[in-house]
Design a protein around this ligand. Structure first.
Ligand SMILES: Cc1cn([C@H]2C[C@H](O)[C@@H](COP(=O)(O)OP(=O)(O)O[C@H]3O[C@H](CO)[C@@H](O)[C@H](O)[C@H]3O)O2)c(=O)[nH]c1=O
Length: 351
């Protein structure tokens, strides 16, 4: 039986990865380590929490002593590291928190792996799940980020992820650890905390609140269904060559404003509103500082080498996502009220 540590498994992408591994690999033992910050929520895993091959551990990757003791007691065969502070706007107001969790936290995990795996590095894999934002920004056009694109991060968030990527590669080179890194584009789907563009807009449209569009809404993002990302992580964890990097993306670029107009149309239909009603909620607000113009991922290495492809068309995925949020009203109400309300409302004041 293989024992895999998944960090950040109660978060948006992490919960989809945990669910996939728990259900696809009944002979693996999956240990989900999560600090349960505002963005981590055990409600995201209710459907699998009683599976015999699943265990949850609450803890902070910044606490080196705790991480060491976890590695000592659990004897992991591999790590899939997703725990991170992930919201660019929050990194602009509180960069240090991002350095602590994303850089120091990653180094603590690497150190524990280095210490407790030292007799069999080659058999134990450390997988760092990262972001396309490490590559910086593209102009409008047809060029894309490849695995060879030089790192050029602009936000404290992307600088922290770039730094942690560098540490992972440095540990592979220096200590000969088996590492892999993937850099993925924007994800969308169920269990996404409504501070990010798509779930925030769904929630605001539902409640007839303004949809804040930064700047002119001309920025471009490349959107991928979160379950396709989880499947890519599965494939990369099991099949990628040691030391490799894989880009993950959907070849699906959208200007923010066009995406929001499509979302408004879907919401009008689902909520029985007259077409055009939700679009009236669009409100242009002050731009994000250092706002990257365009991300576009070339995922051909992953497609060719590991035979992965996105499974869903964006329009279909967006409609499924809207359905999920409308059907899971209790989840949405919970994460926008009570203990979470403060985090949720910071969205409007923190830029
Ligand atoms: C929250 C919000 C965002 N935006 C804009 C900013 C971006 O151009 C675009 C998407 O914003 P966000 O949903 O915050 O996502 P973005 O900054 O692209 O970063 C996401 O995607 C990255 C991958 O590219 C991940 O590494 C990050 O963790 C994740 O947060 O929408 C708005 O116009 N209004 C908003 O209220």
């Amino acid at each position: 039986m293989k024992k895999i540590l998944i960090t950040g498994g109660a978060g948006f992408i992490g919960s989809h990865v945990v669910r996939r591994f728990v259900t696809t690999y009944p002979d693996y033992e999956i240990v989900n380590l999560d600090k349960l910050t505002y963005a981590g929520n055990l409600e995201n895993l209710r459907d699998i929490e009683n599976q015999p091959n699943y265990k949850f551990v609450k803890g902070d990757i910044v606490d080196a002593a705790f991480i060491n003791s976890l590695f000592e007691t659990e004897a992991f065969d591999g790590v899939i590291h997703l725990a991170a502070e992930s919201h660019v706007d929050r990194s602009i107001t509180n960069p240090t928190e991002f350095v602590m969790t994303n850089v120091v936290g990653t180094v603590n995990l690497l150190n524990a792996a280095r210490t407790y795996w030292k007799d069999n590095y080659g058999e134990k894999r450390f997988y760092h799940v990262s972001t396309d934002e490490v590559y910086g920004t593209l102009g409008e056009g047809t060029d894309m980020f490849t695995e060879e694109t030089a790192y050029d991060p602009h936000s404290p968030y992307s600088a922290s992820k770039a730094s942690s990527d560098h540490f992972v590669r440095a540990y592979a080179d220096t200590y000969k650890m088996d590492t892999v890194i993937s850099n993925c584009s924007n994800n969308y789907g169920s269990y996404h905390f409504p501070e990010k563009l798509i779930p925030l807009s769904i929630n605001n449209i539902k409640h007839n609140k303004p949809i804040p569009i930064y700047g002119k809404g001309e920025n471009i993002r490349d959107w991928l269904w979160v379950e396709d990302h989880a499947r890519a992580i599965d494939v990369i964890y099991h099949q990628a060559e040691s030391g490799s990097t894989y880009n993950i993306g959907g070849h699906n670029e959208w200007k923010n404003i066009d995406l929001i107009k499509l979302l408004c149309k879907i919401m009008d239909r689902k909520l029985g509103r007259v077409e055009g009603e939700s679009e009236k909620l669009i409100t242009y607000v002050t731009d994000r500082a250092g706002h990257d113009l365009r991300y576009a991922i070339d995922a051909s290495k992953l497609e060719k080498n590991l035979n992965w492809k996105p499974s869903l068309q964006f329009e279909e995925g967006l409609e499924k996502t809207v359905d999920w949020y409308l059907e899971n009203e209790a989840w949405l109400n919970n994460v926008t009220s009570g203990n979470y309300q403060h985090y949720y409302e910071e969205q409007y004041t923190n830029r």
